[in-house]
Design a binder for this molecule. Structure first.
Ligand code: HEC
Length: 223
């Protein structure tokens, strides 16, 4: 082992090189990104300019939606869904109506775990809360998660029916029961209902919270 110092130097430089390339350079590029207080506004002459405003974007994660994010991670949704919108020149994401603008690094700075995803067996979900909103969106998500065939015939997305409870209606139907039309081929037997578990409720709140509805200085929403 006369070459021990050389070996040591080799190992040291390999590690130092990769640390500089992967950790240090990313930190220099993105480490000082902060929340934006700027908003896109008309300056009166028909030009859109970024002015200092109140809201801080991207929003902080929190509440039930954050619990839902955990369910999203546990259920492995990330294996089929991405959360990153590509630039107009880099693919068809905008043409597919997946979002109003491309994602940029700053969109993710408030997230402890970033769920970019690597595969798109299903649509990108960065802005799914912009596509499916409010009570109608909530209802759609529950039906879809319980059995994707109800809303999207022929879908290859697996059902997550175990996040719901099938139960006999005792007295009045539950207020939070999922509405499946009686004439649907997936209608339940009369006298039964499905209600979401807390995990399903949280997961759907998370999906509703996924929205790109704000401009950033480096990525304004122009139309
Ligand atoms: C095996 C791959 C696969 C997995 C795992 C998967 N999905 Fe999907 N997902 C799809 C496909 C394919 C579609 C498109 C067809 C459809 O709407 O069902 C889809 C559609 C969706 C849509 C509708 C998006 C839109 O804009 O129309 C949502 C929301 C969604 N998935 C959420 C989830 C969630 C939440 C999970 C985890 C609990 C999940 N998916 C797991 C494949 C998958």
């Amino acid at each position: 082992m006369n070459n021990l110092p050389l070996l040591f130097c080799g190992i040291f430089f390999t590690l130092a090189f990769s640390f500089t390339g992967i950790v240090l350079s990313s930190h220099l590029q993105f480490g000082n990104l902060t929340l934006s207080t700027e908003e896109l506004e008309d300056d009166g002459d028909g030009n859109l300019v970024m002015v200092d405003g109140d809201p801080m974007y991207p929003r902080l994660e929190g509440g039930v939606a954050l619990q839902g994010k955990q369910v999203y991670i546990e259920m492995g949704c990330i294996y089929c869904h991405s959360q990153q919108l590509r630039r107009e020149s880099h693919g068809a994401d905008m043409d597919r109506g997946w979002g109003p603008r491309a994602s940029v690094a700053r969109d993710y700075i408030t997230q402890k775990r970033v769920l970019l995803g690597t595969m798109r067996t299903g649509p990108d979900l960065t802005n799914v809360g912009g596509r499916l909103q409010g009570d109608a969106g909530r209802d759609w998500h529950h039906k879809h998660l319980y059995n994707p065939q109800i809303t999207s015939k022929g879908s290859i997305m697996p059902p997550f029916a175990f996040l719901y409870t099938l139960q006999k209606i005792d007295g009045d139907p539950s207020v939070n029961a999922i509405s499946i039309p009686a004439d649907s081929e997936y209608a339940l037997e009369p006298g039964y209902e499905i209600v979401p578990t807390r995990r399903a409720v949280a997961l759907v709140e998370y999906l509703l919270s996924l929205k790109i509805d704000y401009s950033l200085p480096e990525a304004p929403i122009l139309d």
